[in-house]
Ligand binder design. Structure first.
Ligand code: IFM
Length: 449
């Protein structure tokens, strides 16, 4: 790679990210219990290609080889999640030491390789028995999460220094409980809003459980999926729909976490679907964090669409705008806007871009995967991260979603996000062109401007 001219600050973390259900497979190994995704993915019609995460990337068994590949990529950070049902097979009660041992080994080998773990505690694999008790609509689930967080913090606390409590509460709450597209596959606004509130309470429980075990300098926070939202046309209806969608996706979570309140316009819009919010809930939810994970993929252009759940707004793509394999508009400038908004409108703590990347229809030809679109996507987004840092926004790391092609939820294996190509028949991993390029970036600590 030619000399870089957008150089990042010393110590900037160059990472890649995954989550447990998407990569691990081994769903019955060592006493793991079932999660809502085991149930949901086995129901015909839920996953586009009829697949499930039973084997996924078999990373439960292959993590050593994967860490060797991370070293080849020059990664200094790896974000992964802990499967709650491996640690508490029933979600609570008896702890399964073998489940924790797996993550102890993973962390040990990462540290030996000089790769800092960023550990996510909840990336959507709720233990099945907890769903039987109401799932995230049940306030008690937040307390159970606190117990899980504490058990993990006790086990890994000395070695893990960066923690994410909950990944993308908006997705877990709304795709899972309102739109029926994710586990547990429900379609009920009241349930979704209760889930959203209890996921934030779980974050608060997780923060205090982690804090009890954390050493000076350790950091914990949440990871949110955020996007700039703008109206498609110049009608008032589109403008109002965009404002509401911003309220649903961004402000609902950011105002709660950083201002200790839910936005008035959204409380009014949701009306009596809003769940019980107890006196000190928002004070707990807004407990200060040490880091904020920003997951960014696209900008949301919105038009008024009466009846579109939950806010009469439909996300569209402007004609002519390039899209990724997921059909999401490629819009690097949106990442700069999100990062600067967090810095100027909210008192956000130091940030990590905890996910950024794109799916493309990669093909393995003669042992090579040529994916120039992904390389361009990552390059353009990194330039915006660099610009944000230059303007004073504290961003300390960047994690590509994803380290390797994996189980993309309702899209099964039809969407490939990896820097590594996964051959699901052989479980071979092949470094894609974008992976070779990223290795140059990590070593140069920067990209060409
Ligand atoms: O694969 C997901 C991940 O689990 C959460 N954030 C978005 C990614 C791409 O859809």
């Amino acid at each position: 790679m030619p000399p870089a001219d957008a150089i990042f600050p010393p110590g900037f973390v160059w990472g890649a990210a995954t989550s447990a259900y998407q990569i691990e497979g081994a769903v019955t190994a060592d006493g793991r219990g079932e999660s809502i995704w085991d149930v949901f993915s086995h129901i015909p019609g839920n996953i586009i290609d009829g697949s499930n995460g039973d084997f996924a990337c078999d990373a439960y068994h292959r993590f050593r080889q994967d860490i060797a590949l991370m070293r080849e990529l020059g990664l200094t950070g790896y974000r992964f999640s802990i499967a709650w049902p491996r640690v508490f097979p029933r979600g609570f009660g008896a702890l399964n030491p073998a489940g924790l041992d797996h993550y102890r080994r993973l962390v040990d080998i990462l540290l030996e390789a000089g790769i800092a773990p960023l550990v996510t505690l909840y990336h959507w694999d709720l233990p099945r028995p907890l769903q039987s008790l109401g799932g995230w609509a049940n306030r008690d689930t937040a307390a159970r999460f606190g117990e899980f967080a504490h058990a993990v913090a006790v086990a890994l606390g000395g070695e893990v220094h960066d923690w994410v409590t909950v990944n993308e509460p908006w997705v877990a709450a709304f795709l899972g409980n309102l739109l029926g597209a994710h586990a547990p596959g429900l379609r009920d606004l009241r349930v979704a809003l209760a889930a959203a509130h209890h996921l934030l309470l779980a974050h608060a429980e997780g923060m205090s459980a982690l804090r009890a075990e954390m050493a000076f300098g350790d950091r914990a926070g949440i990871a949110l999926n955020l996007a700039p939202v703008e109206p498609l046309g110049d009608s008032n209806a589109d403008a109002e729909a965009a404002h509401r969608f911003d309220g649903c996706l961004n402000r609902w979570f950011l105002d709660a976490l950083f201002r200790g309140r839910y936005p008035d316009d959204m409380l009014a819009w949701y009306g009596d679907a809003v769940p019980e919010i107890r006196a000190d809930d928002l004070a707990r939810i807004s407990t200060p964090m040490d880091l904020l994970g920003v997951n960014y993929y696209t900008r949301n252009v919105v038009r008024w669409q009466p009846g579109a759940q939950p806010v009469d707004a439909e996300v569209v793509v402007r004609p002519g705008v390039p899209v990724s394999g997921m059909g999401w508009a490629v819009d690097p400038e949106g990442l700069f806007e999100v990062l600067t908004r967090l810095h100027t409108d909210y008192t956000a703590p130091p940030m990590l871009v905890a996910e950024n990347g794109a799916a493309y229809p990669d093909r393995l030809v003669d042992g090579v995967v040529d994916d120039p679109e992904r390389e361009r996507y990552l390059h353009e987004h990194l330039l915006r991260v660099h610009r944000a840092i230059e303007t004073g926004v504290p961003v300390g790391g960047y994690y590509v979603w994803s380290l390797l092609d994996n189980f993309e939820w309702a899209y099964g294996y039809s969407q490939r996000f990896g820097l590594l190509y996964t051959d699901f028949a052989t479980q071979d991993r092949i470094v894609k062109r974008s992976g070779h390029w990223y290795a140059g970036v990590t070593r140069a600590n920067g990209v060409r401007g």
